[in-house]
Structures are given as structure tokens and as C-alpha cells.
Design a protein around this ligand. Structure first.
Ligand code: NFS
Ligand code: SF4
Length: 637
């Protein structure tokens, strides 16, 4: 059968061929059926905000409609659409953060949800000036949860976690009046301002977008990460395996897919339940094999080493193996296509969240009040489905890669301490990392994050970019589906050191890390913000001065738009591999890819070719080094 050429990952190619043979469709088939995308939509020039429209305008051609019926210009239409994308992403991450805060609020000594990291809880309580002395740890937890929940709707004041940014950065935000207040308020303000007949100033709309995005990165997402660590543990380095080859022929295979660890953590417990393991034996399986997809996978692999089945573009392929008893999902990044697809196999597609019911799926509501019982019921469904597996349809590709995961900021510090620090006063800081960057052994760091998008060959954008950068002694931190691409490609194994330049290779050996560090899910990009913020504070500069860059080579979601915006607004230049729908406005393009640098000290670059993007990133890193007066030449290795 012909090469599909959808992906650089042979497992993906193999399963795409199987799909074709079996007459089931995948995202790539639907992408083909889509033909040419709408030019108006692609440029951001279609407005559906009121019922006088939809208005599609073509100002660049000088003929046809130049403005919307209300008179909105291209600049306004494009900026409004972009601001709404940011609000969508901000809402999604933040609602995830809020859910976790509710779980912390219900945590109890004898309940399903417990405090796992007391130290992190106490630190956060101290940061938020919550009384801790002579108090029960669960009382403290509940108050921390209340304060976190207040961050969503408090009537006055700035978001608390912004305090963690370097002074210089806070001044930039203050000067531009983009310090966000309550998280929900920022979403509402964007929705209000983008209503028909409200804000009609592109620049101002972009500022609102930037402000809102900060409420994601330093607000909802950071709350999500902090409280998840308190509840489920701060990730530490551990081994895992990645790609669909992690499925097991003779076991009940369960995939958890989606985002919030509150569900997946309970599934992790449920698959270890002796009664359920016994039931699996009774139906003829050797055991229960749990694997993950998308960010839920990142959450449970970081904390338990649960195997990574694949990333966003592979979700259908998991079902197409014919070996998956159940795909259990909660929220976000779940293809509605999984429902009809699951019916072509024996797979049970189980939705669990009231926020994400999907027609054609089996809905078993996950009730947090009786979390473990709910999780067990869901796992039982999967086990009972084992007998329906059609052996003739089963094909599990053999390929999988070993990976080290679990690099929280705390874990990175520990790792550095273990090997590099001889000075007891410096234990628990990023000083050794800063030293490596200052001396030039490491030229800089890159955060490579985001999704898969069939506009880019699957995983190609991520892997090419990562390989180019590590070859040039730039250490990589990664999250989301980019991290899973790296794990599958072997870039998170110790052997990957051989792809690194001399300086990075040496650091990897000394510190015992791979050149590409898995920092978690997309909400965990807040970890990257804190890492960069701490580095900046160590070197006593603003975040924008550091030789640090960001990239989302295969991004697709509104969440990614919000992330890209808060990363830039935090002073980190960001490369996009997919063109955002803003090209219809020269003003907006100029703001994002040029003027933003004067405003927040960083800007967007758009470069679909990962090799070219890598070159640009390397140049930018060297520019920053020079501006800081750091060594230009390669350090003596
Ligand atoms: Ni992030 Fe996670 Fe993946 Fe993209 Fe979706 S799973 S929140 S949005 S596709 S990286
Ligand atoms: Fe058209 Fe203006 Fe209504 Fe948008 S808000 S649909 S541009 S009339």
C-alpha cells in the first residue's frame, strides 16, 4: 500500500494504512475532503458577531465590501476575532484550574482526594498569607482552595500569582495597564468589548487580549498546576514508554484522554483494585493496561509513569488498533469523530464530564464526591468489553520509545543539586543552570509546546525543531502534545544525548538528564513561566533579556493562542509554525510581529519550516546573549 506521508512517525503511518484498508476515516481524510479553506476565515476577515452579518470583507483587493455592515474595519474584525480566540483558550485552561480548586476544597483525610504534597501547600499558604500555625493541614488546604477560587471572581485587586514575576516584568505590565484582575472578569471583558458596537480599536483589543492571556498563564493555568501538585504530588523524574506500541495484546487496554487529573488519578487507582484485576482475569485478560493520550496522559505520566499512547493526531489510531477496550475522556481536544469510529470496533467511548457530552458516546458521569467508586464503575465497563474484542481486527504496532519524564521546576532543581552544587547555600536554586547559560556551555533554552495540526506533517514540526536546537546547545523544555512527540521520537531518553551539541551533551551527562525535558501538560506551561522568571531573578534581569525562546510548531487550539500570547506578553519571543487567522489586518500583523517588542519586549514570529525557525531562534538567542554581555564563542567543552 502507498506511503501515506501524513506523519514522520512510522506507527502513525502504519495505522493510517490500516484505517484505509478497513474503510474508516481519520482526520487526514477529513482534511482532504475540506478542499480549499475559506480565504476570509483564514485571514480573520469573516465576522459572525451579529445577525446583520455574517460580514466577509476584502479590503486588500480594493473592491467588494470594504467594511462590515456596522462599519467595522478589517483591523477591528481581525482583532476582535483574535481576542475572542484568546478568551476561549483562557476560559478553557482557567475552568480546568477552577475544577482542581474545587477538588482541593473537598479533599479530606478519609476521602478519595487527599493532600499529597504538604510542603507545597504550606508554601502556597505562606505566599498567600494564610495562617498555618496550629491548624489542621486540611483546614489550611480548604482555605487555600477558597482563596484560589476567589481569584476567579474577586471584585478588586490584581491576580495574586503575578507577584511571582520579576519586578521589571511587573513594571512592563503596569506601564501598559495589562495587569489582570479576576480571571472570569477578563473573559467577560473580552466578550463584552468584542460585542457588536463596542470596542472598535484594534490596538486596544490586542491589549485586552494580552491582559486576558496573563490571567491564563499566571492565573488559571498556574492555579491548576499548583493545586494539582498539592493534591497529586509534585512530579519527579521517572521512566515511561511512548507510542501506540505500549498497548498490550493480552490485557484489557484502557486509554485516558482529555485534561483534568482529577479523573485520571482515580482511574490510576481503580486499575490497581484487586477486585477489578480479578475480574480482568475472569474475562480472560492477563491484566489491565492503562495508557494516556493528550494532556491527561502528560499529567499521569509525570506523576506515575503511566505510558503515553500518543498525541492529539493519534487519538483515532488508538481505536483503529482494535485492541482498546475503552477510551475514557473528560474535557478538551477530544475528537467528536471518536463516537462513530468506536462503533466500527468494539471500543467503548466513555464521556464523563457534564461539560463535554458527545453524541454517540456512552456517558457515565464522573462524580467527584464518590470519585473512586465512579472510576471503578468506568473501568469495570472496559473490562467487561474485553470479550467483544475481534482478534482479527487487532493490530498493535511494535514500536515504542523509552522516555524520562517528570521534570517539574522542583525536580530540575533537585537534579542540579545532586550533581552540581557543592555550595550548601545554593541548594534548591537554578544557579547551576544559570551558570551554564552564562558561561555559554548552554547557549540558551527553548520551550517547545503545543498540538498537532494536519497542516503540518505530524510531529515533523516538533522533532525537526528540537533536533536542530539541541544540536546547537539549546536545552529544551516541553509540554503538551509536543512533549509526547519528543518522547515517541526518543528525544527524552538518555541516548538522545548523542543528538546534542558538545556543551549540552556534557550538561546532560553531568546532571543525568535528557536534552529535552518533559514539564507536563499545557496548563503546566505555567511551570516554564516560573522557571524563566526564577532564572531572570537570579541574573537580575527581566525575562525578556534572557536567551530564551518559545515555539508552537504545530499549534491548532484557542488554548494555544492564549498561551502564545501570554508567553510573548511575559517577554519571551514565540515562533508559530501555523499562520494564525490575522493576515487580513496589516495593523494587527504589525502589532504582533513587530510593535509588540516595544510594548512587552517580545514578539511573534511565523515560520512553518522548522529548520528556518530553528535558525531564527538561534540568531535571536545569540543576540540576547550579546546584549547581556555573555560569552559569544562556544565555551570550552
Ligand atoms: Ni494543549 Fe492539551 Fe494537545 Fe494542543 Fe490539545 S492536548 S491542552 S491543546 S492538542 S497540546
Ligand atoms: Fe457585520 Fe459588524 Fe455584525 Fe460583524 S458586528 S457581523 S462586521 S455588522
Amino acid at each position: 500500500m502507498e506511503e501515506k506521508n501524513y506523519s514522520i512517525d512510522p506507527v502513525t503511518e502504519e495505522l493510517a494504512r490500516k484505517a484505509e484498508k478497513e474503510g474508516v476515516e481519520t482526520l487526514w481524510d477529513r482534511k482532504k475532503a475540506m478542499k480549499t479553506p475559506c480565504g476570509f476565515g483564514e485571514q480573520g476577515l469573516c465576522c459572525r458577531i451579529c445577525a446583520m452579518g455574517p460580514c466577509r470583507i476584502s479590503p486588500t483587493e480594493g473592491k467588494g465590501a470594504q467594511r462590515g455592515i456596522c462599519g467595522a474595519t478589517a483591523d477591528v474584525i481581525v482583532a476582535r476575532n483574535l481576542a475572542r480566540m484568546i478568551a476561549g483558550g483562557l476560559a478553557t485552561h482557567s475552568d480546568h484550574g477552577r475544577d482542581i480548586a474545587h477538588v482541593l476544597h473537598m479533599a479530606s483525610r478519609d476521602g478519595n482526594y487527599k493532600i499529597t504534597d504538604e510542603k507545597k501547600l504550606l508554601n502556597l499558604a505562606a505566599e498567600w498569607k494564610i495562617q498555618t500555625e496550629n491548624r489542621d493541614i486540611y483546614d489550611i488546604a480548604h482555605e487555600v482552595a477558597e482563596v484560589a477560587l476567589n481569584e476567579f471572581g474577586k471584585p478588586f485587586g490584581a491576580l495574586k500569582l503575578l507577584e511571582r514575576a520579576p519586578e521589571q516584568r511587573k513594571q512592563v505590565w503596569e506601564k501598559n495597564q495589562i495587569i489582570p484582575g479576576a480571571i472570569d472578569k477578563e473573559i467577560v471583558t473580552i466578550m463584552h468589548s468584542t460585542h457588536i458596537g463596542c470596542c472598535a480599536n484594534a490596538e486596544d483589543l490586542i491589549y485586552k487580549g494580552m491582559k486576558g492571556s496573563l490571567a491564563d498563564g499566571w492565573g488559571g493555568s498556574m492555579i491548576g498546576t499548583e493545586l494539582s501538585d498539592i493534591l497529586f504530588g509534585v512530579p519527579v523524574p521517572r521512566e515511561t514508554e511512548a507510542n501506540l506500541g505500549v498497548l498490550e495484546e493480552d490485557q484489557v487496554n484502557i486509554i485516558v484522554h482529555g485534561h483534568e487529573p482529577s479523573l485520571s488519578e482515580m482511574i490510576v487507582l481503580a486499575v490497581e483494585d484487586p477486585e477489578l484485576l480479578q475480574l480482568a482475569k475472569e474475562v480472560g485478560a492477563k491484566g489491565i493496561n492503562l495508557a494516556g493520550m493528550c494532556c491527561t496522559s502528560n499529567e499521569v505520566t509525570m506523576r506515575h509513569g503511566i505510558k503515553i499512547a500518543g498525541n492529539f493526531a493519534q487519538q483515532e489510531l488508538a481505536i483503529i488498533t482494535g485492541a482498546v477496550e475503552a477510551v475514557i475522556v473528560d474535557v478538551q481536544c477530544i475528537f467528536p469523530a471518536l463516537a462513530p469510529l468506536a462503533k466500527c470496533y468494539h471500543t467503548k467511548f466513555i464521556t464523563t464530564s457534564p461539560k463535554a457530552k458527545i453524541t454517540g458516546a456512552t456517558h457515565i458521569e464522573f462524580e467527584e464526591e464518590k470519585a473512586l467508586a465512579s472510576a471503578k464503575q468506568i473501568v469495570k465497563e472496559a473490562i467487561l468489553n474485553f470479550k467483544n474484542r475481534n482478534k482479527e481486527k487487532v493490530f498493535i504496532p511494535q514500536a515504542k520509545s523509552p522516555a524520562m519524564v517528570g521534570y517539574s521546576v522542583e525536580a530540575i532543581k533537585n537534579q542540579l543539586d545532586r550533581v552540581v552544587n557543592s555550595n550548601i547555600d545554593e541548594i534548591g536554586t537554578l544557579k547551576p543552570l544559570a551558570d551554564c547559560i552564562v558561561s555559554g556551555v548552554l547557549r540558551g533554552a527553548a520551550g517547545i509546546v503545543g498540538c498537532n495540526n494536519p497542516k503540518i506533517k505530524h510531529d515533523y514540526g516538533h522533532i525537526e525543531l528540537m533536533k536542530e536546537l539541541i544540536k546547537n546547545d539549546i536545552i529544551i523544555v516541553t509540554t503538551g502534545c509536543a512533549a509526547q512527540a519528543a518522547a515517541k521520537a526518543g528525544l527524552m531518553s538518555k541516548e538522545a544525548r548523542k543528538f546534542a551539541g558538545k556543551g549540552l551533551e556534557r550538561v546532560c551527562e553531568l546532571v543525568d538528564i535528557p536534552p529535552v525535558l518533559h514539564m507536563g501538560s499545557c496548563v503546566d506551561i505555567s511551570r516554564i513561566l516560573l522557571l524563566v522568571s526564577e532564572l531572570a531573578q537570579l541574573l537580575q534581569v527581566d525575562m525578556s533579556a534572557l536567551p530564551v525562546v518559545g515555539a508552537a510548531p504545530e499549534w491548532m487550539s484557542e488554548k494555544a493562542v492564549s498561551i502564545g500570547t501570554y508567553v510573548v506578553t511575559s517577554g519571551i519571543d514565540t515562533w508559530l509554525g501555523v499562520v494564525p487567522p490575522v493576515t487580513g489586518s496589516a495593523t494587527v500583523v504589525d502589532l504582533l510581529t513587530n510593535k509588540a517588542e516595544d510594548i512587552v519586549g517580545a514578539k511573534f514570529y511565523v515560520e512553518p519550516d522548522p529548520r528556518k525557525a530553528a535558525q531564527q531562534m538561534i540568531e535571536r538567542i545569540e543576540e540576547k546573549r550579546e546584549a547581556l554581555g555573555l560569552s559569544l564563542a562556544e565555551a570550552e567543552a
